[in-house]
Design a protein around this ligand. Structure first.
Ligand code: SF4
Length: 96
């Protein structure tokens, strides 16, 4: 299994600021109204990691989320059953 960073984009919160496409145009495209779509399946090559992280940190509405585990393969988010950290929680401070 690859150790590449993986991301998803929550288009329900995207507010069309366009910052992501500016920082990482290989991974984000904008529609005619400026709302973002993910290009590809969310896998980020190591060479693009810095650009994508900058997009992630600069997105004003935190619509870009680093994902881990089975969520990337289509699994749905599950509620934690114990006091352990949720498996699919973003790694970054603003989501914790
Ligand atoms: S930076 Fe965030 S809000 Fe702006 S277009 Fe990209 S995902 Fe949407």
């Amino acid at each position: 299994m690859s150790d590449n960073m993986r991301i998803r984009l929550d288009r329900t919160v995207c507010d069309g600021f366009g910052v992501c496409a500016k920082h990482a145009p290989k991974h984000f495209s904008l529609d005619d109204w400026g709302y973002a779509s993910l290009i590809g399946d969310g896998t980020v090559d190591e060479a693009d990691r810095g650009d994508v992280l900058r997009a992630l940190f600069d997105c004003p509405v935190h619509a870009i989320i680093e994902i881990t585990g089975d969520e990337f393969n289509g699994a749905t988010r599950s509620e934690p059953t114990t006091d352990e950290t949720p498996v699919f929680e973003a790694h970054w401070g603003f989501a914790q």
